[in-house]
Design a protein around this ligand. Structure first.
Ligand SMILES: [Zn+2]
Length: 383
């Protein structure tokens, strides 16, 4: 049983990140962990984060929906957690997957403001409405997770609604995210030099690169490390990025960030670090057709270039058209610029494109972080 719980925690680990391009909501980790009514279980349980992540995925009708978790430092030594859970949170902190702060204060709402994300919390933030007008004006920006029939559901603080809604990054957020920042504190997991991360950085499921740095905290108008309280140095323009998504069987299974620094390979089981592994979602025929490394994406001068690196080739669906005569073959070793609306089709029903341009329209069959966990071992790329 203990073994399976650690697998669930591994699955949850794949859904926490501080990458502005991937996080879909902000949560107060301590609040979620201590929300006993959610499952009527122990006073504190890290598994409740998985329940909230699953609920968010249900609402957004996507798999693999990551959350931006902020947590008070005291949680690292919370005796109500198991020693394994404490160790896991410490590892997330070391890898910069979560923000562990001495004084979280209003950081949760600041991050939501800077990134335009919804907040999942029961905390009333009425006193912050002057600073963050969207708290009062945009229903769906702050929702409380509450117990529901099949797991947590969300209730909007303002107006009616149960669906988290993203806004736009605030103007100051846009400016902060245009630059790279450097924390003077050695080994800072959030704003460290060259890749950051702890001892397991290479194994981190979410890449850390300057392109994925969290938003600085603003203190007295100055960009500040939320962890160390130190003034951040400006390390130049942030690398350009583009978010792409994998859609399989009509559903977005996973988003990934393409930056100018590193191409990303998508395939059945790519060898490359940061490659996108599709194997776990494929049926036998698709598995036979799709190569281990199938397509490579690069971002060059703002354009997404796709290159087929497979044995069997791919296709382009221009403007997302599913009409067969429109399909353009992408033969092995051929490259093409991915224009607005274009999708790459690796196999019928297996597509990659920009998430906003991938048509929805399939019954939602999510992969739960809780349920998938016992099969995790089968889903690791083969050595
Ligand atoms: Zn720092």
């Amino acid at each position: 049983m203990r073994f399976e719980i650690s697998k669930v925690l591994d699955a949850i680990e794949g859904r926490v990140c501080t990458d502005p391009s991937l996080a879909r909501a902000v949560v107060d980790l301590a609040e979620v962990i201590r929300y006993q009514d959610l499952d009527g279980g122990r006073p504190a349980s890290l598994l409740r984060l998985g329940m909230v992540i699953d609920a968010l995925a249900r609402q957004l009708e996507e798999d693999s929906v990551p959350v931006y978790a902020i947590v008070h430092r005291a949680l690292l030594s919370d005796a109500d957690l198991t020693s394994n859970e404490r160790m896991v949170v410490r590892r997330w902190a070391d890898d910069g997957l979560v923000e562990v702060l001495d004084n979280p204060g209003d950081r949760m709402f600041e991050v939501a403001d800077l990134l335009g994300l919804p907040v999942l919390s029961r905390a009333r933030a009425d006193g912050l409405r002057g600073r963050y007008p969207w708290l009062a004006e945009q229903p769906g920006r702050v929702l409380a997770p509450v117990p529901g029939p099949g797991g947590p559901v969300f209730v909007a603080h303002v107006g009616k609604g149960d669906t988290p809604v993203a806004g736009d990054p605030s103007p100051v957020g846009g400016k902060l995210l245009a630059r790279q920042w450097r924390c003077p504190e050695p080994g800072c997991a959030l704003f460290g030099g060259g890749g950051g991360g702890g001892a397991f950085a290479d194994l981190a499921r979410v890449d850390r690169s300057p392109a994925g740095q969290p938003p600085p905290s603003l203190r007295g108008g100055a960009p500040t490390c939320p962890r160390h309280g130190t003034r951040l140095g400006d390390a130049g323009p942030r690398p350009r990025t583009e978010v792409l998504a994998v859609r399989i069987g009509g559903l977005i299974r996973r988003r990934f960030v393409l930056s100018e620094e590193q191409p990303v390979v998508v395939g059945r089981a790519p060898e490359q670090t940061g490659g996108i592994t599709l194997g776990q979602w494929l049926n036998d025929e698709a598995r036979r057709w799709i190569s281990r490394n199938h397509v490579r994406f690069e971002l060059r001068v703002g354009e997404v270039i796709v290159t087929d690196v497979s044995t069997n080739g791919s296709g382009i669906r221009p403007g997302g058209s599913m009409a067969e005569p429109d399909r353009i073959a992408l033969k092995p070793q051929q490259s093409r610029v991915l224009d607005a609306g274009d999708m790459v089709e690796l196999y019928p029903g297996v597509q990659v494109g920009r998430p906003g341009e991938l048509p929805a329209g399939a019954p939602y069959t999510p992969t739960s972080v809780m349920a998938e966990a016992p099969t995790m071992a089968m889903r690791l790329p083969r050595p």
